[in-house]
Design a protein around this ligand. Structure first.
Ligand SMILES: [Zn+2]
Length: 232
């Protein structure tokens, strides 16, 4: 079952969470900070003009092709900002710091919460997208990473379940890619595939990966439909 309230309805933030934004700073490792501008209506603190242009292009394409997905991004993404340089130097190319609905309401008397909130307790409420600045990566690399991180931001729990991944992490990664591919960024992501870490990302579409359970190796293939299946 999906969300009870369509995030696109009236453009309002899910569950009235807008009243709570910005979240109490203790809920973030590094709080979102103040936006310096917006990119296609999403708050941002990216420094470089080229980064802003590339990310705006990604968001515009999502908005044109899948307005409902874009509406969910608008509801969920409270900040787009640069990765820390340390994260980048250790190999990270993007990050989605999502916060679940339960994290927003954990201090609230549960008997005062609406049914919508309780039914969506484990869904994502909001989060921060972190991306490399354009002088650190190529424009195509930034666009691919941005599309993938926005894919994480857009993911519902049911999207992860549909991937039937042997590891939950791989399910989340495949769900993010499923969105990025549907928005038209498959070719760009394909180009970054060889630099991705298999253990974290799992397979790309059409690839086979092996896992070892109790000394037995089991192969899984990620189909073009982004569903994992065991290989005989
Ligand atoms: Zn990812």
């Amino acid at each position: 079952m999906g969300l009870i309230v369509s995030p696109s309805a009236g453009g309002s933030v899910l569950f009235g969470a807008k009243e709570i934004h910005p979240l109490p700073s203790y809920l973030w490792k590094v709080p979102p900070g103040k936006p310096s501008h917006s990119l296609c209506e999403l708050p941002s603190r990216l420094q470089e003009a080229v980064s802003r242009r590339v990310v705006t292009g990604v968001l515009r394409q999502i908005k044109e092709r899948f307005p409902d997905d874009f509406a969910r991004l608008k509801d969920r993404v409270v900040m787009i900002r640069a990765l820390s340089r340390d994260e980048f130097d250790s190999g990270t190319r993007g990050w989605w710091h999502g916060r679940k609905v339960w994290a927003l309401y954990r201090d609230v008397d549960p008997f005062t919460l609406s049914e919508e909130i309780r039914l969506n307790w484990d869904e994502t409420a909001c989060g921060i997208v972190e991306l490399p600045e354009c002088s650190w990566v190529t424009e195509d690399g930034l666009a691919a990473n941005a599309a993938h991180e926005f894919g994480h931001a857009c993911t519902l729990n049911e999207d992860v379940e549909k991937r039937q991944a042997p590891l939950e992490e791989w399910g989340r990664e495949a769900a993010a890619d499923w969105y990025a591919y549907r928005w038209g960024f498959g070719r760009l992501i394909g180009k970054t595939r060889r630099t991705r870490e298999l253990g974290h990302h799992g397979a790309g579409p059409g690839q086979t990966v092996e896992l070892e359970f109790d000394g037995r190796r089991i192969a899984y293939r990620l189909g073009r439909d982004f569903v994992y299946r065991g290989v005989e």
